[in-house]
Design a protein around this ligand. Structure first.
Ligand SMILES: *[C@@H]1O[C@H](CO)[C@@H](O)[C@H](O)[C@H]1NC(C)=O
Length: 272
């Protein structure tokens, strides 16, 4: 099971925040998931199996769930009125279809930018690479995070630079206690998910060399390290599973019922 994280501020507001805020935040966090509403869903009255929360009206088809048992949103997450299915034959009855980014977009032309940036950066600082292009990581869950713990910085470079396309790369860095150096959507976009000082954005610098100089400076400066890491005392990490995201998405579809956005040109929408 994939999982992802979000942050909860440890404060008196936490109760309210986790109820009201997190639903929206979790939804925005979906790594590379986009949500498509069906244009004719408003007049289709789906027939959904009755469940114990006796309010089962919204059906969400999760494209990636094919062949796997769908989660019970009420049983596990106390989200009522939602049924999740992976059965693609139910496409026409579904109120919404959830597709992952990679089910829709197969090519990342910007991936080259990431490689270019890396090639430039490694002229100035030593970078260790793991995975298929470098040292093979040990098998098993958590090995990425375990490896990151040995490092001060983690380059969380996304394949694609689009709004909210912030993936587990960032959260692995946070889990491993490294300072994430991010390349992806704008700084402002990242600041919706992390405090401003919690990450270093490549856009903060005019040149790759300036970024490298700053990283070298932080490496040897206890006060700068504290500045980038002390936020961790005030937050805790919240682990969510894909199943919880599916149910949260269904809840959003449910809240938006009757308000349907039709995207006629997916390419234009995606790049907008
Ligand atoms: C959809 O949008 C893309 C990007 O703006 C454009 O290149 C393409 O021609 C559009 N396709 C149609 C069918 O309008």
């Amino acid at each position: 099971m994939h999982s992802d994280l979000s942050l909860i501020k440890n404060s008196a507001l936490k109760g309210i925040f986790s109820l009201v805020g997190l639903a929206a935040v979790n939804f925005l966090l979906l790594p590379g998931i986009c949500l498509l509403n069906l244009s004719d869903a408003s007049n289709a009255e789906p027939s959904v199996p009755v469940s114990k929360d006796n309010n089962p009206k919204t059906l969400l088809l999760v494209w990636a769930l094919k062949g796997r048992e769908p989660p019970g949103c009420w049983e596990y997450f106390r989200i009522s009125g939602c049924t999740i299915t992976g059965d693609r034959r139910r496409y026409n009855e579904a109120d919404g279809v959830l597709m992952r980014h990679w089910d829709v977009v197969h090519k990342f032309p910007q991936a080259r930018f990431r490689v270019h940036f890396y090639n430039h950066l490694k002229e100035y600082i030593k970078i260790d690479i793991f995975g298929s292009a470098g040292t093979i990581l040990p098998e098993g869950k958590g090995s990425v995070v375990k490896m990151i713990r040995r490092y001060r910085f983690y380059l969380a470079f996304e394949n694609s630079q689009h709004t909210d396309y912030i993936t587990e790369k960032l959260w692995n860095a946070v889990r491993g206690g490294a300072i994430p150096v991010v390349l992806g959507p704008s700084r402002k976009n990242y600041e919706r998910f992390l405090p401003p000082e919690a990450f270093i954005h490549v856009d903060d610098f005019n040149t790759v060399q300036e970024l490298a100089q700053y990283l070298l400076k932080v490496k040897d400066s206890p006060s700068l390290i504290t500045m980038h890491l002390s936020w961790r005392k005030d937050y805790s990490l919240y682990f969510a599973t894909w199943d919880e995201y599916y149910c949260t998405v269904c809840k959003v579809v449910r809240m938006r019922k009757g308000k349907i956005d039709v995207v006629k040109n997916l390419t234009a929408w995606f790049y907008s």
